[in-house]
Write a protein that binds this ligand. Structure first.
Ligand code: P71
Length: 464
């Protein structure tokens, strides 16, 4: 008997729209002017001048009706807010960490953990770097060493777990500097700068084994952990029948502590988490938070923010939710593929990362191809994206030269539950238009460079 042909069925987001925020399209002339005034830096544009804002998925997500309802239940007491206790119990439940300190956002936690664990002259090993994470580690006196697998640095390599740590590289580093000098292993999942690429549970377990052998601590940047958990479920053998909640708990179980920028997975506009199983580190963090953030039961947040976080945490573990999120990123990637546009493969969890070196091969890296491309996409359509290349990589601490990262990327980031498939189509078509006219595009020169995290406030001019 002939096999029945399987019918392809579409799927849709597990929510509908209840509140809308108008956005407006501007003229090309207006955008040319706005981009010039912003020094060809998309961080310096006014949001009002942006049509589709794909700069980041950080704090830009749509909260659910249940989260908004929770905002009215904010207990704004200075000390001991009930929202704090609810959030604390959810941190235990979902991340499995017994000790929790709220923070206003991710980098506050990075600052505090770096100050606690790093002594000047120490090293930190990580699976590629994140800008704010690495800066806080360096400000505390550490040298950051990237021990991610080599495949992660190649945009077209389709390794399923490009966020993995190279175990040999890590062991070599431990042998070279000595375990005592390695303040901790800083592991992010998925890896933002590598293209939203996950690590596998198998790799995590191998890192744990090595860390145990040498007595080295492991800390987890769990900012977008749900996307990593999703990729483990759909790509790694043995996890296909496990719930995301179970996978999340297992991942966290291998770490001594973690931090989270709650502005991502938890679908809130502000918030951060610092959590650990070490009473000693907890006591130190709880004491430092009163110096830098606020009392240890609010950490720079309002009670209502903590309520929205606690509720967002319950929503983030939903399989349908994360499937729709990653599915939207995949949809954008597939549209761009149709146009032959070069981007990082495999398609990551939160964004598509255009390969600016392949897109604009005639622009040398010190004329900032990714910065240029982000500016051109904005000028074409009002779609705002972000540079993740040489500008983000900053300068070498010792020589003062630019760092020249292998990856020179433009990130097209999708906020959670915000844009429709039509917005994604408009975005893909705009990138295709810029691609068609790429040969005419000229690079940039930097005319202002701030000392820290230069990508936020740096200014550029077009080369003639
Ligand atoms: C993103 C952001 C926000 C951002 C930060 C720096 C430059 C440009 C944009 C923030 C992260 C993150 C990871 C993996 C820690 C933070 C800091 N990402 N770890 O991707 O992605 O958290 O912003 O809450 O302080 O747009 P924070």
């Amino acid at each position: 008997m002939a096999k029945k042909k399987e019918k392809k069925r579409s799927w849709a987001e597990p929510f509908k729209i209840k509140v809308v925020e108008p956005i407006k399209m501007t003229t090309r002339e207006h955008r040319e002017k706005a981009m010039k005034q912003a020094g060809y830096n998309t961080f310096l544009l006014k949001s009002e001048d942006v049509y589709i804002d794909l700069l980041t998925d950080s704090g830009t997500n749509a909260m659910s009706d249940r989260q908004w309802a929770g905002m009215m239940l904010g207990d704004e007491a200075y000390a001991g807010s009930k929202n704090f206790y609810y959030l604390e119990s959810n941190v235990k439940k979902y991340y499995g960490m017994p000790y929790f300190v709220p923070m206003h956002q991710g980098r506050a936690a990075e600052h505090i953990i770096s100050k606690i664990l790093i002594k000047p002259g120490d090293y930190v090993a990580g699976n590629m770097y994140f800008t704010t994470t690495k800066l806080h580690q360096e400000l505390a006196g550490a040298t950051f060493v990237d021990v991610i697998i080599k495949e992660a640095h190649k945009p077209s390599n389709t390794h399923k777990f490009k966020g993995n740590i190279d175990i040999q590289k890590l062991e070599d580093l431990i042998n070279k500097v000595g375990a005592k000098k390695l303040a901790y292993i800083s592991m992010a999942g998925p890896v933002n700068m590598a293209g939203g690429q996950p690590f596998s549970m198998e790799n995590l377990k191998a890192v744990r084994k090595l860390a145990k052998k040498y007595g080295v601590k492991m800390w987890f940047d769990a900012t977008r952990v749900m996307e990593n958990a999703y990729f483990i479920k759909v790509r790694e053998k043995g996890y296909e029948n496990k719930s995301l909640q179970v996978i999340l708990k297992e991942m966290c179980s291998y770490f001594d502590g973690l931090w989270v920028s709650a502005k991502k997975d938890l679908m809130v506009n502000i918030g951060g988490i610092f959590a650990t199983r070490s009473k000693k580190v907890f006591d130190a963090a709880r004491n430092m938070v009163v110096v830098y953030e606020g009392l240890h039961t609010y950490g720079g947040l309002a009670g209502r923010d903590m309520e929205a976080m606690a509720r967002g945490m319950e929503e983030m573990v939903s399989f349908d939710n994360i499937k729709a999120r990653v599915g939207q990123v995949e949809y954008l990637g597939n549209r761009l593929k149709e146009f032959g546009i070069p981007f990082v493969k495999p398609i990551g969890g939160h964004a598509i990362f255009l390969d600016a070196k392949a897109f604009l091969p005639h622009i040398p890296q010190d004329e900032f191809p990714a910065q240029t491309l982000a500016a051109e996409i904005y000028i074409d359509s009002g779609v705002r994206t972000m540079e993740r290349g040489i500008v983000s990589a900053g300068r070498n601490k010792k020589t003062g030269e630019h760092n020249y990262p292998k990856l020179e990327l433009v990130r097209i980031t999708l906020p959670r539950r915000v844009y429709t498939q039509a917005h994604i189509d408009v975005t893909a078509e705009s990138v295709a238009e810029v691609f068609e006219n790429r040969k005419k595009i000229k690079g940039l020169k930097m005319v202002y460079e701030p000392a820290y995290l230069r990508f936020f406030q740096g200014r550029f001019e077009r080369l003639k």
